[in-house]
Design a binder for this molecule. Structure first.
Ligand SMILES: [Ca+2]
Ligand SMILES: [Ca+2]
Ligand SMILES: [Ca+2]
Ligand SMILES: [Ca+2]
Length: 293
C-alpha cells in the first residue's frame, strides 16, 4: 500500500522505470513448433545420403518431377563424407536432389504447421541453406559412385498462410554460397490486424529452383537444415490505422488508457505489448514508438 501511494506521488519516476522496462529489450519471441525441424528423425549412415520422405514433411512438386529416383528428396549425414564438413544442426540435413529433370521446374519439401496466422506479430523464419560439394561417400555408400554436384540450382524459402505466400527469400544467398557451404537465411514479416490470411494455417516450403547454373555444372541439389520460426508481438502505435503515427494516435491512446474510448480496434491497437490490457507498460512502448524506436 505504501509503495503504490509513493509511486503515485512520483509519476516522473514511475515513467522512467517504465521506459527502462520498455527499452530493456525486444518483445519475447515465441517458438512455433516445426516437426523434424532439423531432419534428425530419419537416420542415415555417416558420409551417406538416402532417398526417403523426411518424417513430418511433404513433397512440394508443382511440376510433377519427383519420382524418388533421379529426382528425389531425402536425407544426408555429412560427417566423414565429401559433401559438407558437417551438419549445421545435429547430424543430418534434408536434401532435394533434382538430377533427372534438370531445368524442369522447382520442387522441394513443405510442412503445414499446427499454428494459424495471428494478427500483430512479427514472424521470423530462419533456415540453413546448403550448396553441396561433389564426391563419393565412404563405404557402404560408395556403391552409388561419384556424384557431380558442382554448381548451385538456386533455392527459395517461403512462409505461407492458407496456401498464400506471405514472405519469402528468393535465392538471395546464391551469390554468396559455394560448394560445401551452408549459410543461414532470415526472413521477417510483420502481420497487421487486417491481413487477409489471418486464421489460416501456417506452412513452410523449402524449394530447389532447379535452374541450370552452367551447362557443365548445372547444380542439381539444395540441402536444408535447422528450420525455425518465431513470432513476437509487433504493434506500431498507429491506433487509427491510417498509416502514420501522429498526435491523433496519441489522443486516441490516452482516451483508451483512461477508459473514455472502448472501441474494440482502438483498444486492441493500444495494447502495444499484446498483454490483453492497456496500462502503463503500453504507455512506455507508445513513448518509445513516438521517439522512433
Ligand atoms: Ca540437422
Ligand atoms: Ca553444389
Ligand atoms: Ca495514425
Ligand atoms: Ca498491454
Amino acid at each position: 500500500m505504501m509503495r503504490s501511494r509513493e509511486s503515485n506521488k512520483n509519476p516522473g519516476r514511475r515513467l522512467s522505470a517504465m521506459l527502462i522496462l520498455a527499452m530493456a529489450g525486444p518483445a519475447i519471441a515465441i517458438d512455433i513448433p516445426i516437426a523434424n525441424h532439423g531432419f534428425e528423425d530419419n537416420t542415415v549412415a555417416p558420409g551417406c545420403f538416402a532417398v526417403f520422405l523426411p518424417n513430418a514433411w511433404s513433397v512440394y512438386d508443382p511440376n510433377g518431377i519427383v519420382d524418388q529416383n533421379a529426382d528425389a528428396v531425402g536425407g544426408l549425414h555429412p560427417e566423414g563424407g565429401p559433401y559438407f564438413p558437417n551438419a549445421p544442426e545435429g547430424n543430418h540435413v534434408g536434401i532435394v536432389y533434382l538430377g533427372g529433370d534438370i531445368g524442369g521446374g522447382e520442387a522441394g519439401l513443405s510442412q503445414v504447421l499446427g499454428e494459424t496466422l495471428l494478427p500483430d506479430q512479427r514472424y521470423t523464419l530462419t533456415v540453413e541453406i546448403g550448396d553441396i560439394a561433389s564426391g563419393m561417400g565412404p563405404p557402404p555408400c560408395d556403391v552409388f559412385g561419384f556424384f557431380d554436384l558442382d554448381g548451385f540450382p538456386g533455392y527459395r524459402v517461403q512462409l505461407l498462410a492458407g496456401g498464400v505466400v506471405i514472405a519469402e527469400d528468393d535465392n538471395s544467398l546464391a551469390p554468396l554460397l559455394s560448394d560445401g557451404v551452408f549459410m543461414q537465411t532470415t526472413i521477417e514479416v510483420v502481420i497487421d490486424d487486417d491481413h487477409p490470411q489471418l486464421g489460416q494455417p501456417l506452412e513452410i516450403r523449402l524449394i530447389n529452383l532447379n535452374t541450370i547454373d552452367t551447362p557443365q555444372h548445372p547444380g542439381i541439389e539444395v540441402d536444408f537444415d535447422d528450420v525455425r520460426l518465431t513470432r513476437e508481438c509487433a504493434k506500431d502505435g498507429d491506433i487509427d490505422n491510417d498509416g502514420s503515427l501522429d498526435a491523433t494516435d496519441v489522443a486516441l491512446f490516452v482516451d483508451v488508457l483512461v477508459g473514455n474510448d472502448t472501441d474494440a480496434m482502438h483498444v486492441a491497437r493500444s495494447d502495444l505489448d499484446c498483454s490483453g490490457s492497456v496500462n502503463g507498460l503500453d504507455v512506455a512502448i507508445m513513448t518509445s514508438r513516438l521517439l522512433g524506436s
